[in-house]
Design a protein around this ligand. Structure first.
Ligand code: AMP
Ligand code: MG
Length: 396
């Protein structure tokens, strides 16, 4: 059976970054830049004060002699005209320095009396000034292609006058749930029925990952019904289905896909949970058939769909991030497949600790809640002891 690392590489080699689009910078939080962003002007735009106080000409100032106060420059209200030797003005933080001044005396180091300024401390010419262009110059490269735009990046672009950006769009991901037994949240399941909980894992997680989920609906366990769902799902950037990809007689997703000239790339990977995962191309669109058991749907989403979506969204590093931590309890494993265990990574006692969740059964939901990482236990590793340093895949 195909090993996990090879299967993931196949997925990543198959999917492509989405075609970039332009949008307002204000809407681009969480997206990745598709072209370098350059400053539209010098920052600061002009020399200005770093303090509330008085602006003077530093070179011509004679220590001890008072200066005449002839006006004020406030932030947003610059003072025109030139300040001469022996003169000063009031100034506030961020206000432009008028011509003739180059030095700011903080308010707390001064006394004002009858329109005269008395400076009570030694003065260094040029002090407390933010010079034009000292942070960056017009045309300077601020952020490179491939940078993810978070709050700090968006505010940097905003202050530099970059009002629109070219970014990789948010991937649209369609979700097809399959199974005659599924009922919607809010209904009471009858005997043999089950709530479509996978839908809610996927929609919530997709939004957490900066993607746009598009729910197609529940496909019944027959090719006609699944056919219709597949046809509707194809205009998304990635198609996900849940259930119906195993070997049971009601697992008909592959039969339905065959009607849509589906190119199967792999089916079944040596992992637990999630062995029957299916991957291929529906025309140009990548398709992942996730096994229906909740912990299998969730795990295969994390270890296949999430890296694929990172690549589609333009991230330079599409693999899940890793962390090292110390196991807080013994982990037993059997079988010849790579195991993924839901776990919690926490900073405690000056180190990261990894606590593996109980209830790891693939049909169960409990282990997924509270998990922020997956512990990958290699095939053939029967036991890992408490205190062992392990590597986990981060899900945040
Ligand atoms: P399947 O892969 O279709 O054989 O489904 C395996 C198990 O997962 C069955 O017990 C299904 O009832 C369950 N299952 C399938 N789809 C979902 C879903 N959307 N939400 C919750 N459980 C599901
Ligand atoms: Mg099913």
């Amino acid at each position: 059976m195909l090993p996990y690392d090879e299967a993931l590489q196949i997925v990543l080699n198959t999917v492509k970054p989405l075609t970039p689009c332009e949008m307002p910078t204000a809407d681009a939080g969480g997206l990745v830049l598709a072209e370098d962003a350059l400053a539209q002007w010098d920052m600061p735009l002009c020399d200005n004060s770093a303090m509330d106080g008085y602006a003077i000409a530093g070179e011509s100032y004679t220590p001890g002699s008072p200066l005449e106060i002839i006006g004020a420059s406030y932030a947003g209200h610059p003072l025109s005209g030139t300040i001469l030797a022996g003169q000063s003005i009031r100034i506030t933080t961020g206000a432009a320095l008028p011509k003739g001044t180059d030095t700011v005396i903080p308010l707390e180091d001064t006394e004002e009396e009858h329109g005269q300024l008395h400076i009570q401390v030694p003065v260094t010419s040029g002090q407390h000034v933010r010079y034009q262009g000292e942070e960056f110059k017009s045309g300077q490269l601020l952020l490179q292609t491939g940078t993810m735009l978070q709050a700090g990046e968006i505010s940097l672009l905003a202050c530099a006058g970059v009002a629109r950006v070219k970014v990789y769009p948010r991937p649209r991901v369609s979700i097809i749930s399959t199974g005659d037994e599924l009922v919607e949240l809010g209904e009471k399941p009858g005997p043999g029925q089950i709530i479509n909980s996978n839908l809610h894992f996927l929609t919530t997680r997709l939004r957490e990952c900066g993607c746009e989920p598009v729910w197609i609906g529940i496909g019944k366990d027959n090719t006609d019904s699944l056919d219709k769902c597949i046809a509707q799902a194809m205009d998304a950037d990635l198609v996900l289905s849940t259930g119906g990809v195993s070997v049971g007689e009601k697992d008909q997703v592959q039969d339905a896909l065959a009607n849509h000239s589906f190119e199967k790339i792999f089916w079944k990977v040596a992992i637990k949970p999630g062995k029957p995962v299916l991957f291929g191309l529906l025309g140009e669109k990548p398709f992942l058939g996730l096994p229906g058991n909740p912990a299998a749907t969730a795990a295969t989403f994390e270890v296949f769909a999430r890296p694929a979506l990172k690549k589609m969204a333009g991230h330079r590093d599409d693999h899940l991030q890793k962390r090292n931590g110390i196991l807080t309890g013994q982990v037993k494993n059997k079988g010849d497949r790579q195991r993924f265990l839901w776990c919690r990574l926490e900073w405690r006692n000056d180190q990261y600790e990894v606590t593996v969740q109980s209830h790891q059964g693939s049909g169960q939901n409990l282990s997924i809640q509270g998990s922020n990482a997956l512990l990958a236990v290699p095939a053939g590793t029967a036991q890992m002891d408490q205190g062992k340093r392990v590597e986990v895949l981060l899900l945040e």
